[in-house]
Design a protein around this ligand. Sequence first.
Ligand code: GCU
Length: 581
Amino acid sequence: MKGMLKFLIAAAVFTGVAESDSTSFTIHVAGDSTVQTYKDSAYPQTGWGQVLGYFFDGARVKVNNAALGGRSSRNFIEEGRLDGIMNAAQKGDYLLVQFGHNDRDYSKEARYVKPEDFPGYIQQFVDAGKKKGVNVILVSPMNLNGSRNVFSTGSNNYDARGMMQTIAKNNKIPFVDLNMKSYNLYNATYKNIPDYVTRYLYKKLEKGEYPNYPDGVNDGTTHFQEMGSMGHAQLICEELEDNLKNNTNLSDEAKAALTTLVSTIKKRYTIKVQTNLSNYNGLITQTQYFPAGSPMTLRVTPNGQTFEKWVDDDCNELSTKQIYYGFKTKARDITYTAMFKGGSACQKIDHGEEGQGGDGPTSSSSGGTGSSASIDTSLCFTGVADTLWRSPIDMSKPEISDGSTDTDHPGYTGVGFYNLTNASTSKAVYNITSDQSASNARVMVRYAFAGTANRDMKITIDKGTYDVAFPPTGSWDKWDTVYIEDVWVDALDFQVTLASTTNDGGPNVDMIAFDIKGVYRTGCSPAKVVNDANDTTLTIVKPVREMRVQPATAKTFNALGRKVPASESRRNQPAGRYYSR
Ligand code: GCU
């Protein structure tokens, strides 16, 4: 079953970039630590190659980010990485090349490249591409944080920019001047807010700002946060478009290839960020230009003023956290406002409807928002959720199932409940979209089961599998709830799988709910949430009694496989402590 499932998923993903589709291709990326892809455990650290896919039509473009920290143009080639790219590449693919940071590092022999040798190595990338029919594009290295542009001309500088520009010119290929674009961004656009560059774009993090860096980290000159790399990816797109318009030095072949590449760049929307104060003088996220479905962070660092919440242009509350991350941008221009105490009241801002894919699919290499074409809208939650369970999800009709959708036991919510076949192999699989990421979400499962022995199930949510006990509720008509703690959820599409562990299948399952906002059946919309948790008419589920049930096999590992110390596990706290109703 598992193998079959994997196959189905692989097949579904693969149809996006079918081999027979001559208009689909891969963008390969060669570079260093400012470009590479990082693990979730390093978040918010991000390289631009990691997020480039958000800017391209995911149905036609795949990104192969081969960049790796510590690599210069020389050791990247010496280690066989250029050969590796060319072995994987197809004629008609693209290769973006950015080097300079480690080439310039004269303190490390393994990396250093004498300036006079640099052009020779970069030319090797161009030649390898020519041989294979891969379109090479040179990207000059972004500036280090500061007013001196070490990758440009000037005494004691390493003019990677100038050398790459010359090579691009000689070979009549595009030159993406990320160096000058980033220099101007840090030193002109954001000239008066240097702390913004250091703390919001580069990786200088204060203690406690991000869970992965509890003690903070002082890397404010070289490496980037997600928003820094998203901004660089946006600059790269601007430069590609600019080359197509203004670079008169391209070969016919390079121009044709660039035309195709630029046609796959997605429409960018204006994401305006403001406050409700006229005299705000702290830091705040600056206006961005990202395609729909991009990861976005909203952030303020007040300077004396009291921050209350983030709201969107419909005055919906998004978060009361100063750093709000892990959500995706919409398919329309949008304004976000940081509301401060003493500022003007929220005023709705007129805006158009969200786009419906008229500008191409919203999916990217790192997971899209899924198709809404085939969703049975009766499965979408249309009520108003309470603040305790912000994301209620109907479980009566799974996408993949061993069982039936039934209505013969009253008390269920929505259109019915799901009855898993009485067998140890029974499964129900649901496609879920999350607009948010969380490392400690709480999930509730509403079920009924008239029996004597437990009908425990393994429940998989995103990357984590949890052993969940389902003790009898006394009657098939009596619904109750169990909870799963510390659930890791990424802001993307994933599946929830209910798998029985006994020959009796599982209990009848009515719904699940997440305590975080913005988790829903793929193709539906996030549930609306009211602020009044005491309004019982709006409460979707009132557990009959407290059941914080976890069996002896309860997970002691969190979803990423990290062991959760007993002291940190909320499950080991006295019952009722977190659920006082
Ligand atoms: C009964 C009950 C069903 C339930 C089944 C079971 O038939 O009516 O709703 O699913 O038992 O044992 O699973």
